[in-house]
Every structure is written in structure tokens, then in C-alpha cells.
Design a protein around this ligand. Structure first.
Ligand SMILES: NC(=O)c1ccc[n+]([C@@H]2O[C@H](COP(=O)([O-])OP(=O)(O)OC[C@H]3O[C@@H](n4cnc5c(N)ncnc54)[C@H](OP(=O)(O)O)[C@@H]3O)[C@@H](O)[C@H]2O)c1
Length: 360
């Protein structure tokens, strides 16, 4: 399908109030699009105020809010009316136990099907950008393996008893990965059959960068753990392997580039991860960066056990290694530097009152 421009009509974003969705909206507003921002609660200022404020900023685009719920059939028929592109960033997440594994899985599939059915009904959409995840790429491999878009979470699972649809009710991580893989396939097949639009996916890894609203701090999200470190607490997430970091602004920008690119075709996926090894860091390096960026704070670090691992192996598990080369080369994505990403994450959490820093 031909590329889309801001003169081809409005574009819609599902999950627009969320961390990733909000940055997709910003990228589109900067480019002059009329954005139909879909939220589940029009009356919660934490979910809408930061979006409506974009209309007052210096952006050439315009934003209109729409109510829609992924779990209700036909809910997106009105928000998607006349739209030339749809960015499907919303999904029921498991943060802080908000949804159980079954709800994460069913919610992702039902939500994606509902949005695609609305895409078909309105008939004007040329590009459908699905926010998948590195969870749809990652599969068990030896340390040092370099993941690319050719990898699928379903690879090498023949003898893996844990990768089974019978475990969806009890294993949230697997339910999430399996759902992301299936939603990608559903979107590609749906688009191929329909013939009027292309489906393209982004597969982000550890997303960090500026928070635009208080609701962007979700319990157990990467940004929440970074915030714990700034209050001097121990980081219990991913302390025995690498944080492979992508900036949320780059996740937004790359998606805007995808609708305007002549290269993007149905079935193409973009891994959004570190640009180079500076973005693949362990928690000790993360702590050191934060300490340099926030010298007035006593930054927390990994648990004590990390010392035994380093004594035994010399370093934590050197995975996942994954780079966003394809997005940089094909879309011309310019990525933010790691220290800028970390600084903006911490500073916006402090500014929003989400973190009371552990001052020295
Ligand atoms: N953050 C990461 O590190 C990361 C990494 C890889 C992939 N992703 C993907 O990025 C996407 C956004 O995640 P996020 O980190 O930005 O999380 P988030 O801030 O929790 O955003 C999730 C969004 O989904 C929406 N949503 C949930 N249930 C819904 C429903 N029933 N109907 C309509 N909308 C619903 C929420 O809308 P309301 O607020 O209006 O309820 C929210 O805007 C997800 O698909 C996630 O899998 C994120």
C-alpha cells in the first residue's frame, strides 16, 4: 500500500493514554497529523490531561479524544472513521497484577481482532502498526546470541515443556509472549486477506525515557524499577542479565516513520532495542550512570547475590543482545543516547512527584 501523509486524513492510536501510546501521539502531532486518541476513561485527567495539552503545544497536529474499549466489539468503529493509519498500542497489561495471565492473553487477541474488524469496516486504513514486543522475538539461546527480526519466540520450542497453551492460565510471561506472536500473525494474515492495508509490527525491548503522566509509572514496569533505585532501594528486576534499553521517544518516532515509509510492507517487523552496546548494560552500570546523572542522590543497586555471580562468571548473563539496526537503516530512525534516556526517565518521575529521591 502507498505511504501515508498527514493530508490523507486522521490517524488513530489505541492505548493513547499509556506510556508507549502517548509517545506515538507526540510523534504524530509533531508531523502535523490529526490524531484520534483512544482512551478507556475520558473523565480521568491522569489519562487525558497530558494528551489534551499537546493541542496547546507548538505542534502542527491536532488531537481529538475518543472513548473505546478493546474488549467491546465495534468499539473502534467511530474512532477509526476516515482514518488512513491505525497504531494499535493498547492491550491489557499485567503490571502490578492488573490482569491475570488469561486476561492478558485473551485481552490481546480479542482486542487485536476487534480493532482489525473496525479497520475492515471503515475501509480507509492503509497502514496498521501493531505494538508487539521483543517477547515475540526472544527464545532461549546461549549467551552472546544476537537476536534479530528473523527470530520468533516460537523458535526452538520443540522440547520446551513450558511453552504450551495449556500453561496460559498460570504463566503470565509465556501468555504475554504467545499472545504477541499470535497477534502479529493475526494482523499480517488479516491484512493480506483484506488487501487494502499493510500490517507492520514494532517489537520493543526495555522501554525507558520521559514519562508524560503519573499513570506512566506502572508497578513492576522498567521505569518503576528505575524509580526504586532513585529512592535508594534494591533493583530486583533483571539484575542477573542485561537491560537492553530503547527510548520511548524512539518507539513513538519509529512508528510515525513506518506509515510514511515506502519500504514498509505487510509482515515487516522492527525490533526496537539498544542501538549499540552502550544501551546493553547490567544493573551495576545502570546504577553508575544514574549516580553520575543524579549526584545528589544515593542510588540503589542490585542485590548482594550479584557479587557471587560476578566472582564465579566474571559478569552477569550477557543477554539479550539485540540491536535496532533495521529501524535505523530502513526508516532513518535517530536514536537517543542512553544517558539522555536514563536522565529523562528519572527527572520526569521526580517532576511528576512519583519519586522522592534518596538525597545524600
Ligand atoms: N513498556 C515496555 O517496556 C514495553 C515493551 C515491549 C512492548 N510493550 C508494549 O507496548 C504497549 C503499551 O504498553 P505500555 O508499556 O505503554 O503500557 P501502559 O502504559 O500500561 O499502556 C497500556 C495501554 O493499554 C490500554 N488498555 C488496556 N486495556 C484496555 C482496554 N480494555 N481497552 C482499551 N485500552 C486498553 C490502556 O488504556 P487506558 O489507560 O485508557 O486504560 C493503556 O493506555 C503494549 O502493547 C505492550 O505490550 C511495552
Amino acid at each position: 500500500m502507498p505511504a501515508v501523509t498527514s493530508s490523507d486524513g486522521p490517524v488513530a492510536v489505541t492505548g493513547a493514554s499509556g506510556y508507549v501510546g502517548s509517545h506515538v501521539v507526540v510523534a504524530l502531532m509533531k508531523r502535523g497529523y490529526t490524531v484520534h486518541a483512544c482512551v478507556t476513561d475520558l473523565n480521568n485527567p491522569d489519562k487525558t490531561k497530558h494528551l489534551l495539552a499537546l493541542n496547546g503545544d507548538d505542534y502542527s497536529g491536532h488531537l481529538e479524544l475518543f472513548f473505546a474499549n478493546l474488549l467491546k466489539e465495534g468499539s473502534y468503529d467511530i474512532p477509526l472513521s476516515d482514518c488512513s493509519a491505525v497504531f494499535h498500542a493498547g492491550t491489557p497489561m499485567g503490571y502490578g497484577g492488573a490482569n491475570n495471565p488469561r486476561q492478558i492473553y485473551d485481552g490481546a487477541l480479542n482486542g487485536t481482532n476487534n480493532v482489525l474488524n473496525s479497520v475492515k469496516k471503515v475501509g480507509t486504513v492503509k497502514r496498521f502498526i501493531y505494538t508487539s514486543s521483543f517477547s515475540a522475538i526472544h527464545h532461549p539461546m546461549k549467551s552472546g546470541y544476537i537476536f534479530t527480526e528473523k527470530d520468533w519466540a516460537t523458535d526452538n520450542r520443540e522440547s520446551d515443556p513450558n511453552w504450551s497453551s495449556s500453561r496460559i492460565d498460570q504463566d503470565g510471561e509465556m501468555a504475554y509472549s504467545m499472545a504477541k506472536v499470535e497477534c502479529e500473525h493475526i494482523a499480517y494474515h488479516f491484512a493480506e486477506k483484506d488487501g487494502r492495508f499493510d500490517a507492520i509490527s514494532v517489537c520493543p525491548l526495555t522501554v525507558l525515557g520521559p514519562l508524560l503522566s503519573r499513570v506512566h509509572e506502572r508497578v513492576n514496569s522498567w521505569q518503576w524499577w528505575l524509580g526504586r533505585m532513585l529512592v535508594g532501594k534494591t533493583c530486583e528486576r533483571q539484575w542477573n542479565a542485561l537491560w537492553n534499553i530503547v527510548d520511548v521517544r524512539d518507539v513513538g518516532e519509529s512508528q510515525a516513520l513506518m506509515i510514511e515509509s515506502d519500504i514498509c510492507k505487510n509482515g515487516v517487523r522492527y525490533q526496537l532495542s539498544a542501538a549499540n552496546e552502550s544501551g546493553e548494560i547490567d544493573v551495576l552500570q545502570l546504577q553508575a550512570h544514574l549516580q553520575e546523572l543524579f549526584p545528589q542522590i544515593n542510588v540503589g543497586g542490585p542485590p548482594e547475590e550479584i557479587n557471587q555471580i560476578i566472582k564465579k562468571y566474571g559478569a552477569v548473563y550477557q543477554a539479550p543482545i539485540a540491536r535496532c539496526d533495521r529501524a535505523r537503516e530502513e526508516l532513518g530512525l535517530k536514536t537517543h543516547a542512553i544517558k539522555d534516556t536514563l536522565y529523562e526517565t528519572g527527572q520526569t518521575m521526580i517532576d511528576l512527584g512519583l519519586v522522592k529521591p534518596a538525597l545524600k
